[in-house]
Design a protein around this ligand. Structure first.
Ligand SMILES: [Zn+2]
Length: 441
């Protein structure tokens, strides 16, 4: 006898609405009690860490699994074997993304897509991307083991080349043109790299996912900052991925003899830059909030010990979830720059050269992540992501949510990157329970 979900739920009180129906038509008594296998998740992560490990090293020595390298190819093969064991037969799409499908009971519904990436930066850690990817596979494997069939199909994804280009996700979002593949990357055209991992550059468009074609996209990731670790909170609910405004500043003074030019007569471009750098710090920190501002690149000319600096070029980068806020901060810095120019008798030109829009996580998905964590007895806090992720690209295709787990001391993109095993398991369980909750929406 087939019981529809509505009939089933009608017989339950709100407090006990935790059941799902399998395609065999029987109620899974309590899917909210389902847990991933923490030991197996650890094994998967340790197994993956071998591909790209420094010679003679251990897990603690991190990994260099740069996209398209032999280590990447070997790691991808390993991940595909795990997908097979989870009952999600993997395929490689034209953009080199690995996708593993698990059928749902209602074929009229859109799939729930979830995963991350397994490529790393050179000398990276074993958690960035890996945790979300291995947890996605572990989630499906857990459901398989317990014979639970979701209503929506589930699709695991391991995006190709996240670290350098967010290449796979951008191709899926239709944000990558064939011309981009002609670009030379580490000595050879990107198209050739893509062929190496099983992609199909000629038919790149086949990797596109239509907007609205997914029920939602979920990604578990390490925070890569120290907020959760410092607060002692195991689960972060990502509010969104911040937008970035980048400026280029050019300061023109007058290069002159450092011994003969009296102090009051100097037009010192580096002194102006120093004042402006301090102004960035002051303006960005004046208001409460999580906005950040950075001057990270500086070129001094002539850059000589005995010459008053004549020209300085430097960057200013501003990040926050609110584009209005960083636009306002940029305006204030601009005004201050003109004041500093007058004070230092220099010319300052500050130009915005790039604007990356924010990707806001879908409120309804954020609530489901919070509810999933609460059901596991785990405290949560909402926070923005200061780092970029595939999720911000995929947010253009449908509802998006991200789960963060603590990075010890906020260290990432380093062999010292660490997320404690219980935190890894917590994150994977929140992912599993969020998938099950989203399946009921
Ligand atoms: Zn990552």
């Amino acid at each position: 006898m087939l019981i529809t979900r509505r009939e089933l739920l009608a017989g339950l009180t709100a407090a006990s609405v935790t059941s799902a129906v399998t395609d065999l038509g029987f109620a899974q008594s309590d899917v909210s009690a389902l847990r991933i296998d923490a030991a197996r998740l650890r094994q998967s992560l340790e197994g993956l860490s071998v591909y790209g490990r420094p010679a003679g090293g251990t897990f603690a020595d991190g990994v260099s699994r740069v996209a398209y390298s032999d280590a990447d190819i070997a790691g991808r093969k390993y991940a595909m074997e795990l997908m097979r064991a989870a009952g999600a037969e993997p395929r490689i799409d034209a953009a080199g993304n690995i996708l593993g499908w698990r059928e749902g009971s209602d074929r009229s519904l859109k799939p729930i897509l979830f995963g991350s990436h397994i490529d790393s930066v050179p000398s990276g850690g074993n958690f960035d991307g890996d945790l979300g990817s291995m947890s996605a596979i572990e989630t499906v494997r857990t459901l398989k083991e317990h014979g639970v069939t979701t209503r929506h199909a589930l699709e695991i994804v391991i995006w190709s080349n996240e670290e350098a280009l967010t290449m796979g996700s951008r191709a899926a979002a239709g944000d990558l043109q064939p011309a981009d593949l002609a670009k030379v990357y580490h000595g050879i055209p990107l198209a050739d790299h893509l062929r190496k991992i099983g992609g199909d550059p000629i038919n790149l468009a086949e990797a596109r996912m239509a907007p609205g074609s997914i029920h939602c996209y979920l990604e578990l990731h390490i925070e890569q900052g120290g907020t959760l670790d410092k607060a002692g909170i195991p689960i972060g609910v990502v509010e969104g991925i911040v937008c970035i405004d980048e400026y280029e500043v050019e300061i023109h003074g007058f290069a002159n003899h450092a011994g003969t030019t009296p102090m009051p007569e100097r037009h010192n471009a580096l002194l102006a830059a120093a004042k402006l750098i301090e102004a960035v710090q002051e303006i960005v920190t004046r208001d409460p909030g999580r906005q950040v501002g950075t001057v990270g690149h500086l070129e001094v000319s002539p850059n000589a010990r005995n010459v008053v600096p004549g020209v300085v070029k430097h960057s200013i980068e501003l990040r926050d979830l609110s584009p209005e806020k960083i636009a306002r901060l940029g305006d204030e810095i601009q005004k201050r720059a003109q004041r500093i120019a007058r004070e230092t008798k220099t010319d300052i030109v500050m130009k915005k050269v790039e604007h990356d829009p924010p990707a806001v996580a879908t409120p309804a998905v954020q609530s489901q992540i919070e509810a999933a964590a609460a059901g596991l007895g785990l405290k949560t806090m909402r926070l923005p992501s200061g780092a970029g992720h595939d999720a911000q690209v995929i947010a253009t295709l449908g509802p998006m949510g991200m789960i963060f787990v603590p990075s010890v001391a906020g260290v990432s993109h380093s062999p010292k990157e660490l997320t404690r095993w219980p935190d890894c398991a917590n994150g994977a369980n929140v992912l599993l329970q969020t998938v099950l909750r989203m399946d009921r929406t």
